[in-house]
Design a protein around this ligand. Structure first.
Ligand SMILES: N=c1c2ncn([C@@H]3O[C@H](COP(=O)(O)OP(=O)(O)OP(=O)(O)O)[C@@H](O)[C@H]3O)c2ncn1[C@@H]1O[C@H](COP(=O)(O)O)[C@@H](O)[C@H]1O
Length: 106
């Protein structure tokens, strides 16, 4: 999975400043962060709708759209995918319940 996303990240980054007439990613970059963030939100909602309908095939397609648009947003913000993966690595083995219990009281 990391290999696939790393290749996608390289393709997406190479589209920065590219021709919006021939590249969907270049068009997204040209439209800016608000549009990219909006697309990410839409794909998240569509993934949720597919999940609630119990539609596995649609969940797979919408999840791919979601990961793709997340990759574009990270590239737009110049956040390397490796930084996100490193954060997941840091959390590895730490139960979400234990992490939550260790948070300072609000
Ligand atoms: N993985 C993807 C990918 N997944 C989804 N999409 C596109 O994302 C868009 C999302 O669909 P929507 O119907 O929501 O989009 P829309 O209606 O055009 O969006 P708006 O009208 O809201 O702006 C579609 O145009 C899909 O084709 C992708 N476009 C590109 N890639 C990858 O990015 C690479 C570079 O793409 P280009 O920049 O187009 O060359 C490709 O080779 C692929 O590897």
């Amino acid at each position: 999975m990391a290999d696939t996303l790393t290749r996608l990240e390289a393709t997406v980054r190479a589209r920065k400043g590219g021709d919006a007439a021939t590249s969907y990613v270049a068009r997204l970059f040209a439209r800016g962060r608000p549009k990219i963030a909006q697309k990410l939100g839409e794909e998240a909602v569509e993934t949720v709708i597919a999940a609630m309908a119990g539609d596995r095939a649609e969940v797979i397609k919408e999840s791919a759209d979601l990961l793709f648009h997340l990759t574009v947003l990270l590239a737009e913000m110049d956040v390397p995918l490796a930084d996100v993966l490193a954060e997941l690595d840091r959390r590895e083995g730490l139960s979400g319940l234990a992490e939550k219990a260790a948070r300072p009281a609000e």
